[in-house]
Design a protein around this ligand. Structure first.
Ligand SMILES: Cc1ncc(COP(=O)(O)O)c(C=O)c1O
Length: 400
């Protein structure tokens, strides 16, 4: 009898967490490592949010709460969906969890049965397929490569749907590519979904506030109200409000799904951290004007990184609409040998050699289901990004 569960055997450790850890260990050994592998903003949590947390502690908001969110936070979330997305939900249609990741986990574990299929466009956020597998479902990975701007086409979606399809996971702007769907592009997908009433939509909107050049963010239930009763719209405070460590994510959807997620949460974390919930409510209710300034800083960094990477031999980097990632192709580097003697026969070999020879940590495309690429997180200062790009350029120039 195996000590470890069969469910665990279906799951891979998160490659992005693993690479970030290797970078940390090299830095601890005294090496001058630049890590562009983590998915978190380098900005600080805004002061008004920190203050709200301090007040919550002083007021004794330090006990168990309602399992899927205090009424004050649910009210702030209901108001956010109305204000920013034109979506009307009641508090009973809202679930708050310990990060968007737990909310996603709850939704999938609460609904998947063996044989259920979940359509996931590749490249994808590393956690989607593994959470599906953990829940006993089958990830159906479909191509959304550079030819379509890293976006799922209506034809590909239509072809992937079977009677066993339970969910489509949709993520715009995307991790790892930064690709954002326009209203028309999304409409083409929702038209397909309207023809398949058994398919649910999990829309991961966590990068909503990181859109550039006037790009209009839209979410499926907003574009096609006819989908609202089978859509879970997921969001959180981690990325927009630089609150990754506070661990608050939330979603809105049909009450029976929210109730099922709540049931699961009562048997895992019980409730998200009480203090973080008060902080998240303040984040959503406070003055939102600083978000535009932060988005503008990210836009400038994106432009810098895209220009510099396109100047690297063998690298092609499209300009994404949002998030804080770029996903360049290294097709022109494959088959070459690095100055340090490493054969670059895959994107993993490229990233390993880049880390070993130039101390820059980025994540290889195979981890996200599409090669030969790598993901750069540009949530770092311009000075750090320039230095990282200098090193990547030197590495690429040395490939023979
Ligand atoms: C696409 C995507 N969705 C959800 C999350 C979850 O974020 P959190 O659990 O911090 O809310 C992340 C974090 O990296 C992400 O990239």
């Amino acid at each position: 009898m195996s000590f470890l569960s069969d469910a665990l055997a279906r799951v891979q450790p998160s490659p992005t967490v693993a690479i970030t850890q290797v970078a940390r260990e090299r830095a601890a050994m005294g090496r001058d490592v630049i890590s562009l592998s983590a998915g978190e903003p380098d900005f600080d949590t805004p002061d008004y949010v920190k203050e709200a947390a301090i007040v919550a502690i002083r007021d004794g908001q330090t006990k168990y709460t309602a399992p899927d969110g205090i009424p004050e936070l649910k009210a702030a979330i209901v108001a956010k969906f109305r204000r920013e997305n034109g979506l009307d939900y009641t508090p009973a249609e809202v679930s708050v969890g310990t990060g968007g990741k737990q909310v996603l986990f709850n939704a999938l574990i609460a609904t998947l049965n063996p044989g259920d299929e979940v359509i996931i466009p590749a490249p994808y956020w590393v956690s989607y397929p593994d959470i599906v597998r953990l829940g006993g479902g089958t990830p159906v990975i479909v191509a959304a490569g550079p030819e379509t701007g890293f976006k799922l086409s209506a034809e590909t979606l239509e072809a992937a749907i079977t009677p066993a399809t339970k969910w489509l996971i949709f993520n715009s702007p995307s991790n790892p590519t930064g690709a954002g769907y326009t209203r028309d592009e999304l409409r083409a997908l929702t038209d397909v979904l309207m023809r398949h009433p058994h398919v649910w939509v999990l829309s991961d909107d966590i990068y909503e506030h990181l859109c550039y050049d006037g790009f209009e963010f839209v979410t499926p239930a907003q574009v096609e109200p006819g989908l609202k009763d089978r859509t879970l719209t997921l969001n959180g405070v981690s990325k927009a409000y630089a609150m990754t460590g506070w661990r608050i994510g939330y979603a809105a959807g049909p009450e029976r799904l929210i109730a099922a997620m709540r049931k699961l949460q009562t048997q895992s974390t019980t409730n998200p951290c009480s203090i973080s919930q008060w902080a998240a409510a303040a984040a959503l209710e406070g003055d939102q004007s600083f978000l535009a300034g932060r988005a503008e800083a990210f836009r400038a960094r994106r432009d810098l990184v895209v220009a510099r990477l396109n100047a690297c031999a063998g690298v092609t980097c499209p300009v994404p609409e949002g998030a804080f990632y770029v996903y360049p192709s290294i097709a022109g580097c494959i088959g070459k040998t690095s100055a340090g003697g490493a054969l670059i026969d895959s994107d993993e070999a490229f990233c390993t050699a880049l880390l070993e020879e130039h101390d820059v940590a980025v994540v290889f495309g195979a981890a996200f289901g599409l090669s030969p690429h790598f993901r750069v997180s540009y949530a770092a200062s311009e000075a750090v990004l320039v230095q990282a790009c200098d090193r990547i350029e030197t590495f690429c120039a040395g490939l023979r």
